[in-house]
Structures are given as C-alpha cells and as structure tokens.
Design a protein around this ligand. Structure first.
Ligand code: AMP
Ligand code: GLY
Length: 422
C-alpha cells in the first residue's frame, strides 16, 4: 500500500517541526508545505499559496491529490478551511470554523467554560467607556485586558499601571465595541496539546513556553522565545485534575457538536501553588514553539496519529513517547517583537549534534532563500535550536550549543530557556 501525501499549511517553526516528524513517519510518502519556509523546502516541496487563500489551498490539495491536510495556524481554521476541505472529502487535521471559535473569540471560549464549569479566571465584559473605572475597581492589580479578536498573541495586556489598563480597555471598546477584563491568575503556566476527535484523545507531553522577550521573564510578550518538555510543574496530580476538570468536560462538549472537533486543542494552563489548574486560554492548533519540543518526544507514527484524528478514529491509535527531555531556543531578529529587521544573511543553520540519544538541530521559522541561494531572515522569530536528551539539562546544553553557532546580525536569544524545569 502506498503511503500518505500530506500538505502542511503554514510557514513557522511549528510547521517545520510537523514536516520533519511527518517526513520521518513510515505512513507518509511525501510532504508538501504551503507556503513553508527554507527548512520545509529541504524535507518536502513548498508551494506559494498563502495561508489566507482558502480557495487556493483547497485547489492545491486537489491538484496534488493530497490524502491529509494539516493546518498549522489558527487563521485559516477560523476562516473555514477545514469546512471547505470537508466539503471536498479531503481529510483535514484541524477543527471546522465553529470548533475554531474557541480561539477566534475569547468571549465565546469563556462562555463555554462557564457553562461546563471549567476553572478559569473571573471575567467582566465592558461595552461602555463609562463602566471602565467600576470594572477596574472590581479586581486588584495586575489587570489583564484582552481584546476579543485574533491578534496573534498580541491582544493581551497584563499591567499594574491603572492608566495603562484604562487606555487598553478604552482602545478595545473603540475598536471592537467590547473588551474583556480578567482576574489575574497567580502561578506557573504550562501548555498541554491534546489531539482529539469524537472517539477519544491523546495528551502530548506537557511543555512550558517562555513568552517574555528577555531573560528572567521580563520585557514584552512575544509569540514564545523558547520551550521545554516535559514540564515538571505538570505533576501526575496536576495532570489528573487537568484531565478530570478541564479536558474531559471540553472533550465531551466538542465530541457532541454537529461536526465533531478533529484536531489539536491547545490548553494553556495556570497552575497555582496548591496544584490547582485553571485555563488561561484555548487555542485550536499546535502551539509554537511548544510543537518543536513535543513532536520529537513522540515515538509512534505522527502521520498515522494525525490521519486517525482527521478520520475520527483516534481511540484505536497506539500513542507512545520516548522517556526523554527536549528544549528549544528561539533566535529572533533585531527589533522583534515591535519591528523586526529582515532580509539579513544567516550562517551556520545546518549545525547539528548527533550523538545517539543526544541530538540537536535547527527548525526554521522566518527564513527564505535569495535567488542566489543565500539563507535570509524573513520574520521576527527566525529559527530555533532544539535539543533532545535523556535529561533536561543535557537537552538544554545541546540546544544552546547549536544556537551559538548560528550567525545573524543583530539577532537575540534568551539564555535561560528551561531554567524553571531544572
Ligand atoms: P493569552 O493570549 O490569553 O494566552 O494571554 C497571553 C499571556 O498573558 C498568557 O500566556 C499569560 O502569560 C498572560 N495571561 C493571560 N491571561 C491571564 C490571566 N488571567 N492571569 C494571568 N496571566 C494571564
Ligand atoms: N506559544 C503560544 C502559542 O502558540 O499560542
């Protein structure tokens, strides 16, 4: 029997990690990426169709006779890519537009959580500028302001300064007619990627992202400057509570939708000092950089996992992982996250370590090739080094050894990735 032809939609480190693990899957014959990056081009075939061109992606999948489309980012899911592929009979890993509302609207996600009694931060919805002061009085600082739009991780402000919170709330109302003010949750964050369909689900090893730009968790929020897995904060006791209080009720809800949820549900957790988990956010896709640390820990066939999920048959899939740790260190362009300087030459990105159980390599994200074949920076998060090893400290060391050998003028990476796990 011939293997699968898979199309991965997206162009980041997450998509390179997906392409990498799919290319290694025995079930997969060939991997395509659209639009992909310079890293996915090494392992598969890139196509110049944008993630926002839903018709173009559907046509591409038909023309290439694709067996499975794996959608990386949330935008195309919210905009109905999965629905359209379903209409064409093409299996898609990623929920339809109704399932994707869990990420597309934070207010909708909060309403569902409330109806299912899933633990999450208290919320006030503000629609009128005159109500802002009263709302700010209801919570003690820091204040958490969220816009109810897809903002690529930039729609959340956490601040101790009342005037900043006030201005963010006012701006939210002026732009979107309403804005969310949330209670601040104390604790440590963890990300759990749950691959689910109506037949069941599998939880990937929990990871921890580093959202702030600078060492010591200071500076502005970013898409994520690094990650490591498994995260020790996610103890067996926390896992048990997360499954019973958060994952089970949400799975029960999603499996009973008219079109069941088939894809990754990213559960962003805050775990307090007594080990109680609450939901900070749901995303309807794999996380980035979390995917870069979790996929290399899966020992079963990723192509088969994603295909089983797209067909609603995950319950019969035998999911296994390696007893290893991993760490990913992101290299960002000068100016990231405000205004990234791109188009600079990158050297050393093919450095790797290959010592059996200890290995490390680079995932590309914002990279492209010039006409003359030079590797250039093409985004804020340019690439990331991932180390895998029997223990976390060795995985971190391996990732840093590789990232230190990459040269990009003005670039920056954090020096403390994984410190909280040690
Ligand atoms: P979100 O896009 O909702 O995940 O928010 C981005 C980041 O803001 C989260 O990863 C947290 O670090 C922080 N955050 C969001 N909501 C809260 C909250 N209610 N309490 C504390 N921190 C939060
Ligand atoms: N690393 C956070 C996210 O993927 O949303």
């Amino acid at each position: 029997m011939s293997g699968l032809a898979v199309l991965v939609v997206g162009s980041g480190g997450r998509e390179h990690a997906l392409v990498r693990s799919l290319a290694k899957s025995v079930s997969v014959d060939c991997v395509h990426a659209s639009p992909g990056n310079a890293g996915t081009a090494i392992l598969g075939t890139n196509h110049k169709v944008s993630v926002n061109d839903i018709n173009g992606i559907v046509l591409l999948a038909k023309n290439l006779d694709i067996d499975l489309v794996v959608v990386g980012p949330e935008g195309p899911l919210v905009n109905g890519l999965s629905d359209r592929l379903n209409d064409e009979g093409i299996p898609c890993f990623g929920p339809n537009s109704i399932g994707a509302k869990l990420e597309g609207s934070k207010l909708y996600a909060k309403e569902i959580m409330k109806s299912l009694k899933i633990p999450t931060a208290g919320l006030i919805v503000i629609e009128n500028i005159e109500r802002i002061d009263e709302a700010l009085d209801s919570f003690s600082p820091p204040w958490v302001v969220k816009r109810d739009v897809l903002a690529g991780g930039k729609g959340v402000i956490v601040t101790d300064i009342r005037l900043d919170a006030y201005c963010a709330l006012k701006e939210g109302i002026e732009n979107d007619d309403l804005v969310l003010l949330e209670e601040f949750l104390q604790g440590e964050e963890a990300s759990v990627l749950v691959v689910m369909d109506e037949s069941g689900y599998v939880c990937l090893p929990a990871s921890q992202d580093h959202k702030r730009l600078l060492d010591g968790d200071v500076g502005p929020n970013t898409g994520g400057m690094g990650a490591y897995a498994p995260a020790p904060i996610y103890t067996p006791a926390v896992e048990q509570r997360t499954i019973s209080e958060i994952i089970e009720p949400m799975h029960h809800f999603l499996r009973n939708q008219d079109v069941p949820y088939r894809g990754c549900l990213y559960v962003g957790l805050m775990i307090n000092s007594s080990g109680a988990p609450s939901v900070v956010e749901y995303n309807v896709r794999f996380g980035d950089p979390e995917t870069q640390v979790t996929l290399p820990l899966i020992s079963s066939d990723l192509g088969e996992l994603l295909m089983s999920c797209a067909k609603g048959r995950i319950a019969s899939y035998n999911f296994t992982t390696y007893p290893r740790s991993s760490a990913t260190v992101v290299l960002a362009s000068e100016g990231y996250p405000e205004k990234s300087i791109t188009g600079r030459k990158i050297f050393g990105s093919d450095t790797n370590i290959d010592e059996g159980e200890i290995y490390a390599f680079v995932h590309h994200a914002g990279t492209s090739k010039s006409d003359s074949g030079e590797l250039l920076s093409n985004g804020g998060r340019v690439l990331a080094a991932t180390g895998i090893a029997p223990n976390l400290i060795t995985a971190i060391d391996a990732a840093y050894e590789v990232i230190r050998s990459v040269e990009l003028e003005g670039s920056h990476y954090r020096n403390d990735i994984g410190h909280r796990g040690l």
